[in-house]
Design a protein around this ligand. Structure first.
Ligand SMILES: CC(C)(COP(=O)(O)OP(=O)(O)OC[C@H]1O[C@@H](n2cnc3c(N)ncnc32)[C@H](O)[C@@H]1OP(=O)(O)O)[C@@H](O)C(=O)NCCC(=O)NCCS
Length: 442
């Protein structure tokens, strides 16, 4: 079968994104973006990406900002734009500008999302949008002698009503405005609305799109942070750009309060949102309390914990027996997942550098902690480690877990496919099956 390079790239990319398409279906994502993003000439591309996510069965809550649009109105009306501690002061003159600007942006977004016109990638896709009084607000009040007037903070999000709209397959559009039970209107920060919505809905993801570049340490992008690492960054000596800090703070609070994954993604890369969601490494920064953050190379102090974890599996014959001495000698090959000081999962990589292959061995997750992707996370980490070591093919020997590996891209192979050295050590009595997976170049 003849294939062009483009076709190959497409087919490979599409196949690799399939597990993510499957995993995200039915999930709730809250996506926040700024007024600057809306004003950008490439905004239509982002709208198409939202439409695509919706068509893949993802339940979407979109939260828009409107800062430049508000600034524009204030300027047109000759109203002074006032800020204190990074927060807009919305006085009686500013409030009508805020309402007009936010209202106009909302209408424009609804129109863009309704666009079923020809010549767009999503032509024909009928999208229903719901916006309304989902956000209850209260005044920020007077702080350090400054009266913030109609600037408010989120008091409550109507999760029941939003869920109902999502059930009915509508995209929910939230604006940075909230209403009080006394009938007043308050100007809110879009990140705050997005964060509270994600927490209230126990969203699978909160994704905040950044106008500027993403989080980096030196030139290296920061791919993942635990909430405590993020807090250290926020309070650390190195000051972050104000916008980035605000977004990072909202994402961190969300992650601490039950949102499993909060992402910061720069919108300056075309398709960044899709890359973040449908490729393994993504392009943004993920803030999560997931056990992945506790995944690290093992040290000699982990030997006891690993032995305890694998002993029952050795007794069952699922794993090959390893003595303490052997484990101590080979500890550098291991990765462990530690939770509250307990080793709850492990895996090892034995590279055979000459043949550019590596053995994945001793993969185990404690029975109390199975069913939450820890095995997948370990496998991904082992694959990354293998790729970093120039390994192009990963093999595994297994007696009882063949299908788990097959479902993750490993193909049946034979003992003859093993590196010579490993073949010599093959235990013919154990009759383990051999599986091999080709790794991508990095
Ligand atoms: C394999 C293992 C690491 C995966 O851990 P995990 O990520 O927490 O995932 P789970 O155990 O919840 O299993 C995830 C899925 O794989 C399936 N699975 C688990 N063990 C399996 C096996 N031996 N064969 C086939 N499928 C298996 C589960 O049924 C589940 O499928 P589902 O999502 O359709 O229900 C874990 O099951 C384990 O420690 N097993 C014992 C040790 C082992 O067999 N290691 C491999 C040695 S070569």
């Amino acid at each position: 079968m003849k294939k062009t390079t483009d076709t190959c790239d497409f087919v490979t990319g599409f196949r690799h994104s399939a597990p993510y398409i499957h995993a995200h279906r039915g999930c709730t994502f809250v996506i926040g973006f700024t007024g600057e993003a809306i004003a950008d000439e490439h905004f239509a591309g982002l709208i198409h990406d939202f439409a695509l996510l919706h068509s893949l069965g993802i339940r979407l809550v979109l939260v828009h900002g409107a800062r430049p649009q508000i600034e524009q109105r204030l300027k047109e009306r000759g109203v002074e734009s006032r800020y204190a501690h990074g927060l807009r002061i919305t006085d009686d003159d500013a409030l009508p500008c805020v309402k007009e600007a936010v209202g106009t942006v909302r209408v424009d977004l609804e129109a863009l999302l309704s666009m079923g016109v020809a010549n767009t990638p999503m032509s024909g896709a009928r999208i229903r949008v719901a916006s309304g009084n989902f956000v209850t607000a209260q005044p920020v009040g007077v702080r350090e002698g400054v009266d913030y007037c109609h600037t408010g903070q989120v008091r409550r999000i109507d999760g029941v009503a939003i869920r109902q709209q999502l059930e009915d397959q509508r995209i929910v559009l939230l604006s940075p405005l909230g209403y009080s039970p006394t009938g007043e209107v308050f100007n809110l920060s879009a990140e705050e609305v997005a964060m509270h919505a994600a927490i209230e809905l126990r969203a699978d993801k909160l994704i905040l799109l950044l106008d500027g570049p993403g989080l980096a340490q030196g030139r290296k992008p920061v791919r993942q942070l635990s909430p405590s690492d993020a807090e250290r960054l926020l309070t650390g000596r190195r000051s972050l750009p104000e916008d980035l800090a605000r977004h990072l703070s909202s994402a961190t609070q969300a992650a601490k309060r039950g949102v499993r994954r909060a992402h910061l993604v720069t919108r300056s890369i075309d398709g960044a949102l899709l890359q973040e969601l449908f490729t393994r490494d993504g392009v943004g920064t993920l803030i999560t309390t997931d056990v992945y953050e506790g995944l690290r190379p093992a040290t000699i102090d982990d030997v006891g914990g690993i032995l305890e974890l694998i002993a029952p599996l050795e007794a069952e014959g699922v794993l090959v027996r390893r003595s303490r001495e052997r484990l101590e000698m080979e500890i550098d090959h291991f990765l462990v997942v530690e939770r509250d000081g307990m080793t709850i999962a492990c895996a090892a990589l034995y590279p055979y550098t000459e043949e550019a292959v590596g053995e994945l061995a001793c993969l185990a997750v404690h029975p109390d902690y199975r069913g939450e992707d820890r095995g997948d996370n370990l496998l991904a980490a082992i694959e990354r480690r293998a790729q970093d070591n120039g390994v192009r093919q990963l093999f595994v020997l297994t007696t009882q877990t063949a299908h788990w590996f097959r479902e993750r891209g490993f193909a049946p192979a034979s003992v003859d496919d093993l590196p010579v050295k490993r073949r010599g050590l093959y235990n013919y009595q154990r009759k383990s099956k051999v599986f091999i997976k080709a790794l991508e170049d990095r």
